[in-house]
Design a protein around this ligand. Sequence first.
Ligand SMILES: NC(=O)c1ccc[n+]([C@@H]2O[C@H](COP(=O)([O-])OP(=O)(O)OC[C@H]3O[C@@H](n4cnc5c(N)ncnc54)[C@H](O)[C@@H]3O)[C@@H](O)[C@H]2O)c1
Length: 253
Amino acid sequence: MATGRTHRPATRSRGIPEATVARLPLYLRALTALSERSVPTVSSEELAAAAGVNSAKLRKDFSYLGSYGTRGVGYDVEYLVYQISRELGLTQDWPVVIVGIGNLGAALANYGGFASRGFRVAALIDADPAMAGKPVAGLPVRHTDELESIITENGVSIGVIATPAGAAQQVCDRLVAAGVTSILNFAPTVLSVPEGVDVRKVDLSIELQILAFHEQRKAGEESMPSAGQPRAEVRAPEGGKGPDGEIPAVMPA
Ligand SMILES: NC(=O)c1ccc[n+]([C@@H]2O[C@H](COP(=O)([O-])OP(=O)(O)OC[C@H]3O[C@@H](n4cnc5c(N)ncnc54)[C@H](O)[C@@H]3O)[C@@H](O)[C@H]2O)c1
């Protein structure tokens, strides 16, 4: 769902391509589900299907981790969960701040899935003085005046921006100046960041627009005259569909 824009090379220094890094969370999600069902091993085909990824690509991805599985047995689920978590840096706790505690920011703050994946919401920050001190998801909202001290005191390196688009760049600049080096941006605007700062953005309306494209194409196919008639070519967005008909809108190749 997120599109990334980083200043990093396509291959990280440890030799794992960015596209592989982007698929690791998909494998981890599928493996975690298997682990919760106490499944001990999984074949590359089964795991690829569960993650919505091609199995040859999965084997190539795992070779970067030095994980080749055992012929006839497959991959050890628990070990892969550990290995991928370690590779993604999830074996440590990441304090995160959310800036902009409106409809979206409050919903994100209330989402329990961050904590279970190693992301602790350290503080909720908003510019509205009327919100300061009000509890949201068990945390008092802090005023933006405190942004820099909150970042420093909590050792925060990841910031989430859920402000209106017009405020996002200024919030981003303050976060970066205070020491944040990774930003998840929900505001519908492109952020400028210095070298070494990673930005991922999430835009559900872009996902809906891609689905609308496919809906339109399906409707066009249904009303198409029989074979032999000329038809206009409609190109699918880059990436095409996944194995289960899923449209990987932003999955890197
Ligand atoms: N990415 C997505 O899929 C998606 C989905 C929904 C909303 N959004 C975007 O998320 C943002 C928030 O949407 P919302 O519905 O929660 O809006 P909202 O108006 O309910 O909340 C915005 C909050 O940001 C605060 N704010 C404004 N300027 C600020 C600043 N400089 N510093 C700190 N806080 C500030 C406001 O006081 C308010 O509490 C918008 O940009 C919206 O377009 C994105």
